[in-house]
Design a protein around this ligand. Structure first.
Ligand code: ADP
Ligand code: ZN
Ligand code: ZN
Length: 686
C-alpha cells in the first residue's frame, strides 16, 4: 500500500505518515491538499512526499483529497521545503503561509469557483509609448534577454544609480520573457511605495498584470492567485509573499531594491524574500535580476564571487547630475541650540520653495518626542510592559509605546516625584511638522509616517497628492525614502543621519549609507538639479562621506573588510535564538540549557569532521546568552543566543541539531511559558 507524508499547519517541523486508499492514489500526489484523521478530529494538510513502505504498523489512512489539482506545483512545493529546511521552520506553516490568506477556508473557496470578487487588477489600456533606451539600459536588457533565451538559471545584479532607469530595464526584460511564452514575477519591498512600479507594468501589460500583497482583501488575493495559476497573467507584482505566486512557466524574477531589509520577514516564518526569490528562480530555470542603487553587501559579494553577473547603469537618464550632498556638522553649533533645522537646511528648503519646486524632509522617527523626562528626578515616562521610553504624540496628547501600541493619557506630573516639569528629547515627525509650519507658514506640508498612513489607502493618497503637486513639502519617515520618482523635487533635507548609526547592529553603517543615498536620490530627478542637506553629529563617519560622494565602491570595500575581519555576513553567517517568557529566571535557564545543546551539537559535528579527516576551519562562535537589546517586550523578558560561523554548513548543521534536541522533548525541552524563536540570517537585532 502506498503511503504519504503529510504536513499540517502546526508549529512542528515534523511530518506525519498516512496510508493512501486505492481510490485516492492518483490524486494524493505531492502538493495535494488532503483531509486526515488527526487526534480526535479531521485536519487538512498537504502531501509533501510519497513513500513506499511504513516504518511501523497501524498507520491511519487519509480521508480524502481536496480539489482536483494539487494546490502546490512541484516547483513551489520544493521551494517551501527549502524554506523549511534552511530557516528551520515548520513545513506545514510554510505551506500555509505560501497561500493567499493562509490555509483557512482555502479549499472551500476553491470549490466555489468564480465566487470570489473581481481580481485586484484594474484594466489600464496599454499605451505603446516608450522611451528610447540608453546604451547602458540596452546592454543590460540584451544580457538578460540572452539568458532568457538560454532557458537556464542565471542571476544578475543590476547596479544602477538612483534615477538611472532601472524600471525601464525590468519592463523590457518582462517583455522579452512574455515573448518567450513565460511569466515574470516582480518583487518590491513594500507595495504601497511601489505604486509607480505597478503603474509602469500596468501601462505596458494592461490587465495581464496581477498585484499580490497582504493588505489586499483575501478574496482578491485568491482570485489573482487562481488567475496566475491558470496562466492568465504575464506579470505578478508583489511584496515579499508574492515570491509564492503560482506561475505555470516562470521565466523571470525581478527583485527591485534588493537591499531593502523589508524583504526579511521578522516573525513566524523568518525567510528572506530576495534569497528565496533566487532559490525559486533556480528551481524554475528562470533568470533572476536583483536591482538596486545601493546593493546589499551580500549581493555585492555574490557578484564578486561570480555567482551573480553584474550589470551597471552608472548614470542618470539624460545625463542629469546626481544631487549635491552637503553634510552639516551639528557639533559646531552651540549646545543650547536644540532647533531641529540648521540654517543650511532652512536655506536649502526656502530656496526650493521660492523657486516653486518641491522638497522632501526625512526624519526617521514618528510621534512628537521620543523621550519625556522629569526635570527634577530624571524619571523617564516608559512603557511598563516593554521597558522602553514612551513616545509623546502631540496630535492627540497621548503617550504611546511603539512596540506594543499601548496608549496612555498625558501625565500632569511625574509619577515618581510629582514634579510638573518635563524635558523632551528626540524629536519626531509631529514636532518637525509644527516647526516646518512655523518657519514656512505658506508652504503646504504633507506628513507621511505610520500614524498618518493608518487609514486604509492613506499612504497612496498622500503620495498621489504630492505627485499632483498639491503640496510643497513631503515630510516623513523611511516611508518617503524608497523608490519615489517625483520630478518636481529639487531639495531633500535629512534632519538626522545618526539614528541608525548607533544601533547595536553590524549592519548599522550599511543601513545609514543606504538610507542617505536612497533619500538623496529622490532629488533632482527632473530637469532641475538636486541639492541635499544631511544633518549629523558624525560628519567624518565613512558611511556618510561615502554617501555624500555617491561612492558605493568605496563604501562596499571598507564595509567588506570590516565584516571579513569579524566574520559577519557575507563572510560568515548568523543564527539568532531568542527566548522569551514572563518569568525571567525561566527564560535565562532555558537559554543556558539550549546553549548546552548547541555546545553538544558543535562538539558532535567537530568529532565527525575529525573522523572524516577534514580539519575544521575556525570555530563556531556562541555569543550569549545575554539579554536582548530590547530586554522586555509586551511583558515578556527576552534573552538571546547567537551562533556565528564562517562555515555555513557547520552553522546550519549545529543549529539544526540544537533545535532538534529542543523539539525532541528530552532533557533540553523548553520549560512551560518560555518560547524560542529561531532566526536564520537575522536582520532584526533587537
Ligand atoms: P531608478 O529606478 O533607476 O531610480 P526609474 O526607473 O524610476 O529610475 O527612472 C527614472 C526616470 O527616468 C523615470 O521617470 C523614467 O520614466 C525615466 N526613464 C527611464 N528610462 C528612460 C529613457 N531611456 N529615456 C528617458 N527617460 C527614461
Ligand atoms: Zn520626577
Ligand atoms: Zn510597550
Amino acid at each position: 500500500m502506498p503511503y504519504v507524508r503529510v504536513a499540517f499547519p502546526v508549529p512542528l517541523r515534523q511530518t506525519f505518515l498516512y496510508s493512501v486508499p486505492e481510490h485516492l492514489v492518483p490524486a494524493a500526489v505531492p502538493g495535494a491538499e488532503v483531509r486526515c484523521p488527526f487526534g480526535a478530529r479531521e485536519r487538512r494538510g498537504f502531501v509533501v512526499e510519497r513513500v513506499e513502505t511504513a516504518d511501523r504498523a497501524g498507520v491511519k489512512a487519509i480521508a480524502g483529497v481536496v480539489g482536483d489539482t494539487p494546490t502546490f506545483a512541484p516547483e513551489l512545493l520544493r521551494l517551501c521545503l527549502w524554506i523549511a529546511d534552511y530557516y528551520l521552520a515548520p513545513i506545514g506553516r510554510v505551506l500555509a503561509s505560501a497561500l493567499p490568506g493562509g490555509l483557512e477556508g482555502f479549499g472551500g473557496s476553491r470549490a466555489r469557483k468564480g465566487a470570489a470578487s473581481a481580481p485586484a487588477t484594474v484594466a489600464t489600456p496599454a499605451n505603446g509609448e516608450r522611451p528610447r533606451l540608453t546604451q547602458a539600459q540596452k546592454d543590460a536588457v540584451a544580457a538578460v534577454s540572452d539568458a532568457l533565451g538560454a532557458g537556464a538559471y542565471a542571476g544578475f545584479l543590476l547596479h544602477g544609480v538612483t534615477g538611472s532607469g532601472k524600471t525601464e530595464v525590468y519592463l523590457e526584460c518582462a517583455e522579452a520573457c512574455r515573448r518567450s511564452g513565460r511569466q515574470a514575477l516582480v518583487l518590491v519591498p513594500e507595495i504601497a511605495l511601489a505604486h509607480q512600479v505597478v503603474a509602469a507594468f500596468r501601462s505596458r501589460f494592461g490587465e495581464r498584470v496581477g498585484v499580490l500583497h497582504s493588505s489586499l482583501a483575501v478574496g482578491d488575493r485568491r482570485a489573482t492567485w487562481q488567475r496566475a495559476r491558470q496562466g492568465g497573467l504575464d506579470v505578478v507584482v508583489g511584496a515579499r509573499s508574492a515570491v509564492f505566486a503560482p506561475l505555470p512557466a516562470l521565466g523571470l524574477v525581478v527583485v527591485d531594491e534588493e537591499h531593502d531589509p523589508a524583504y526579511k520577514q521578522s516573525e513566524q516564518i523568518r525567510y528572506h524574500g530576495r534569497d528565496t526569490a533566487l532559490v525559486r528562480a533556480r528551481l524554475a530555470n528562470a533568470v533572476a535580476v536583483l536591482g538596486s542603487a545601493t546593493p546589499s553587501l551580500e549581493s555585492w559579494a555574490n557578484a564578486e564571487r561570480g555567482k551573480l553577473r553584474r550589470l551597471g547603469l552608472p548614470e542618470r537618464i539624460d545625463g542629469r547630475p546626481l544631487p549635491v550632498v552637503e553634510l552639516v556638522d551639528l557639533n559646531e553649533r552651540p549646545r543650547e541650540d536644540r532647533a531641529l533645522f540648521s540654517a543650511a537646511l532652512l536655506d536649502g528648503l526656502g530656496g526650493a520653495l521660492a523657486r516653486g519646486d518641491q522638497a522632501l524632509v526625512f526624519l526617521n522617527r514618528r510621534g512628537h518626542t521620543r523621550v519625556v523626562e522629569c526635570e527634577d528626578c530624571g524619571e523617564v515616562s516608559s512603557c511598563p510592559s516593554c521597558d522602553v521610553a514612551l513616545t509623546w504624540h502631540s496630535s492627540d496628547a497621548t503617550f504611546r509605546c511603539h512596540y506594543c501600541d499601548r496608549v496612555e493619557a498625558a501625565r500632569p506630573a511625574c509619577a515618581k516625584c510629582g514634579s510638573p516639569f518635563f524635558k523632551h528629547r528626540g524629536s519626531g515627525t509631529q514636532k518637525a511638522e509644527k516647526e516646518l509650519k512655523a518657519h514656512f507658514p505658506e508652504a503646504r506640508v504633507l506628513r507621511l509616517d505610520s500614524d498618518s498612513a493608518k487609514p486604509r489607502g492613506a499612504q497612496g493618497d498622500i503620495l498621489a497628492a504630492f505627485g499632483r503637486r498639491e503640496a510643497d513639502v513631503l515630510l516623513g519617515t523611511q516611508m518617503i525614502a524608497k523608490g519615489l520618482d517625483f520630478h518636481g523635487v529639487t531639495f531633500v533635507g535629512v534632519v538626522s543621519a545618526d539614528g541608525s548609526l548607533h544601533l547595536p547592529d553590524f549592519r548599522s553603517g550599511e543601513r545609514t549609507f543606504q538610507s542617505i543615498v536612497q533619500v538623496a536620490g529622490r532629488a533632482g530627478r527632473g530637469r532641475q538639479p538636486g541639492r541635499v542637506i544631511v544633518q549629523t553629529r558624525a560628519p567624518e563617519h565613512p558611511s556618510l562621506t561615502a554617501a555624500q560622494a555617491h561612492d558605493f565602491a568605496a563604501f562596499a570595500a571598507r564595509e567588506a573588510s570590516f565584516r571579513r575581519d569579524l566574520g559577519y555576513p557575507p563572510f560568515g553567517r548568523l543564527v539568532a535564538l531568542t527566548f522569551s517568557g514572563a518569568d525571567e529566571d525561566k527564560v535565562i535557564a532555558a537559554a543556558k540549557q539550549v546553549a548546552q545543546a548547541v555546545r553538544a551539537a558543535r562538539d558532535g559535528w567537530q568529532a565527525k569532521a575529525g573522523e572524516r579527516g577534514a580539519a575544521p576551519e575556525g570555530a563556531l562562535e556562541l555569543l550569549g546568552p545575554a539579554p536582548s537589546p530590547l530586554p522586555k517586550l509586551r511583558d515578556r523578558h527576552r534573552w538571546r543566543l547567537t551562533l556565528k560561523d564562517r562555515d555555513t554548513r557547520r552553522l546550519h548543521a549545529v543549529a539544526r541539531a540544537a533545535v532538534d534536541c529542543v523539539e525532541a522533548g528530552g532533557e533540553f525541552k523548553l520549560p512551560a511559558g518560555v518560547a524560542l524563536a529561531v532566526d536564520v540570517d537575522p536582520y532584526d537585532v533587537l
